[in-house]
Design a protein around this ligand. Structure first.
Ligand code: NAP
Length: 366
């Protein structure tokens, strides 16, 4: 079970209340300056943190219908790297040069002019890479304080990460307890939750991860039945040996050569859940993209391959949280956090994901 004594209660030190008649809030307790990461240029080719620029700005005024949030934790995601390409083909969130970079985050409301939000509320959602950020209620979730759930969990299990694992396995993958499930990037944020959830549902689970240390973590800590180190062995051969009856469900986070190896090892009616394509996000040029050679095998195996974005199913978040919460609270699902201190480190921390140097859900403490 998780416990974090650092969770405070009630309005934070900087919280500002709005009077009942809607008078302008007292801002004197807030700092004057805010720091933000601004998109300076599209990140084309291999990722370079210089695509983002550090700026000092005023703390924004709270407009009607908005909430001012003090950011506590910022989620650093593979998709942050994709969004920075500013390419409509890979970016479903519209950001442009000159905008504040955005991402998933956890914070505390310091001023509110939106119904249902009060200073001191713990919220998660999507807002700017800045110390103080304005958000509107449709991008926010308010959380009752619960000593069993630390702030970090709202950027891992109870965020797009855990929800992608739950939605991908259960809905897209139509998980059955009799399935042999394979998960790529199994030691990572999303993969680790997918491994544990599939195990909790009674499946046989094989994790694929980079390096002996991560593979040991996947088996010994996450409870997978076996693991494959894709950096050290031929994944196609290893799968044929470990899954002689074939793979029933593949929860794919990396795409490329690993996906191709699983395509060659599918069971009849296999389901391939395209959660991500980590191996294809940071190519030096578009010609370097991996061309899968085994896609036609989907036909012979009457198999199905389907992608999804958890953020497209916000209306169903509560449903996925209800699946994850009891498993998290009873310890069946453990979410390891990799915390980098300081908002100023956010752009460079993306490289940890691209190099596989993160151990757990990557986040920045602001
Ligand atoms: N569809 C959705 O709604 C949704 C939501 C959340 C995340 N995702 C996707 O899920 C995937 C994992 O994201 P995450 O946030 O959980 O990150 P993560 O798994 O914690 O970190 C990324 C991991 O990817 C692996 N990796 C990096 N480069 C690779 C390469 N060239 N080939 C194979 N593996 C590589 C590394 O692990 P190793 O050291 O093991 O290689 C790295 O630790 C991403 O593709 C992301 O886009 C999708």
């Amino acid at each position: 079970m998780r416990h974090d004594d650092r969770i405070g209660r009630g309005p934070g030190r900087n919280a500002t209340r709005i009077s009942a008649n809607g008078d302008a809030p007292q801002r004197k307790q807030l700092p004057m300056k805010n720091h933000a990461w601004i998109v300076a240029e599209p990140a084309l080719g291999a990722y370079d943190p210089k695509c983002l620029q550090w700026e000092e700005r005023e703390v924004p005024e709270v407009r009607e219908g908005h909430v001012l949030i003090r950011t506590k934790l910022l989620s650093i995601d593979p998709t942050s790297r994709n969004w920075l390409k500013l390419d409509p083909a890979t970016t479903y969130i519209p950001i442009a040069v000159g905008d504040v970079m955005i991402g998933a985050a956890v914070g505390e409301v310091v001023e509110s002019r939106a119904e249902g939000f009060e200073p001191g509320d713990l919220v998660s959602g999507m807002w700017g890479w800045e110390e103080y950020s304005l958000a509107t209620p449709e991008y926010l979730q308010r959380h009752d304080r619960d000593d069993r759930i630390p702030d970090e969990a709202y950027v891992s299990v109870f965020s797009h990460i855990g929800r992608a694992a739950a939605f991908g396995l259960m809905e897209i993958g139509r998980l059955k307890s009799s399935d042999t499930v394979v998960v790529s990037a199994a030691a990572g944020a999303t993969g680790s939750i997918a491994v544990q959830l599939a195990k909790a549902k009674g499946c046989r689970v094989i994790g694929i991860a980079g390096g002996e240390h991560k593979c040991r973590y996947v088996v010994e800590d996450l409870g997978a039945d076996d693991a494959i180190d894709y950096r050290a062995v031929d994944v196609r051969e290893a799968l044929a040996e470990k899954c002689p009856q074939g793979v029933d469900l593949f929860f794919d986070n990396v795409g490329g050569a690993v996906l191709d190896a699983v395509l060659a090892n599918m069971a009849w009616n296999c389901r391939i859940v395209v959660c991500g394509a980590m191996s294809q996000y940071d190519l030096p040029n578009p010609d370097a993209a991996y061309g899968c050679t085994n896609l036609h095998l989907l036909m012979y195996k009457c198999a199905r391959m389907e992608g999804f974005v958890a953020g497209a199913y916000t209306g169903r978040y509560a449903e996925f949280d209800d699946i994850l919460r009891p498993l998290y609270i009873d310890g069946s699902i453990v979410a390891r956090s990799h915390i980098v201190d300081g908002l100023d480190k956010a752009p460079e921390s993306i490289s940890l994901l691209l190099d596989g140097k993160n151990n757990g859900k990557l986040m920045v403490r602001v």
